[in-house]
Ligand binder design. Structure first.
Ligand SMILES: C[S@@+](CC[C@H](N)C(=O)[O-])C[C@H]1O[C@@H](n2cnc3c(N)ncnc32)[C@H](O)[C@@H]1O
Length: 251
């Protein structure tokens, strides 16, 4: 199991997905909203996944889908692809999407970097949402955090010119590190004057976030945009494929 597949809740005992898998059987997801990897592989460009062609947004680590439902309802002009490695979370997300009757959402259960490298086209993402990724709070574990300079360099190759990145974390140092890493990458532009914000106007709040907010904690938000200049050949035609997780990528 890759270390990134552990699932954390702050101030609660970390719950490891391998433990979950030992105690819980994998539940097959038969929802029409759920896209097994074989279907993704058979549809390069993802043109047949959604009911209609619209710019593509990606949510990484959608959890149980409560942010996704709110955001996809508010932004019907976008198609939303949501991924999480958590089987039961994907199942709950699919059920919510079906109950809400949203035709602009599809769910996959794939590790985020695998999804990017193997199934998405460079320059295809109009928006990316990453909310409260596993924080790896211990200093010696911080290198395991998903969103770091290498990940951002990889992600950047898949962003459309003008594409928007939203990030939030209940850990201020995580948010500050992501902001600092973005600032070193060319063409990324902070949409706000402050390095990070305690709130983003009309940004949906997940149950996970709500729990911290209700305890008087702060969620820290980022909203950055990739400058449209990226259209003029700045982005590489082919993504740099990471030979192993965590290796450096120079996008
Ligand atoms: C702390 S939870 C937050 C869930 C949700 N974003 C929210 O705000 O309610 C982090 C989620 O990211 C997922 N996750 C962790 N690493 C991942 C990865 N490398 N690729 C995809 N999902 C991942 C976990 O399974 C978990 O559901």
């Amino acid at each position: 199991m890759h270390p990134q597949s552990m699932v954390f809740c702050r101030r609660f005992t970390p719950l490891f997905s391998c433990e979950r898998q030992m105690t819980q059987r994998m539940i097959e997801i038969t929802s029409p909203v759920f896209i097994p990897e074989e279907r993704l592989a058979a549809d390069p460009g993802l043109t047949r996944l959604f009911g209609a062609e619209r710019p593509l947004a990606l949510e990484i680590g959608c959890g149980i889908g409560d942010f996704l439902i709110q955001m996809a309802s508010r932004r019907p002009e976008l198609n939303f692809l949501a991924t999480d490695i958590y089987n039961k979370g994907c199942l709950k997300t699919c059920r919510k999407v079906e109950a809400a009757g949203l035709d602009n959402v599809r769910v996959v259960r794939l590790e985020a970097r695998h999804l990017l490298e193997h199934h998405l086209s460079p320059g295809s993402l109009a928006a990316v949402f990453i909310n409260c990724p596993d924080p790896w709070p211990k200093k010696r574990h911080r290198r395991r955090r998903l969103v770091n300079a290498d990940f951002l360099a990889l992600l950047r190759q898949f962003m459309a010119p003008g594409g928007e990145l939203y990030f939030s974390s209940d850990f201020e140092d995580y948010t500050a590190d992501v902001a600092a890493a973005l600032a070193t990458l060319p063409l990324w532009h902070n949409c706000h004057p402050l390095p990070y914000l305690p709130a983003l106007e009309s940004y949906p709040i997940s149950k996970y976030m709500r729990r911290f907010l209700d305890q008087g904690e702060t969620i820290h938000f980022l909203h950055w945009r990739l400058e449209p200049a990226a259209a003029e050949g700045e982005l590489t035609a082919e993504p740099t494929v990471l030979p192993a997780w965590g290796r450096a990528v120079h996008g």
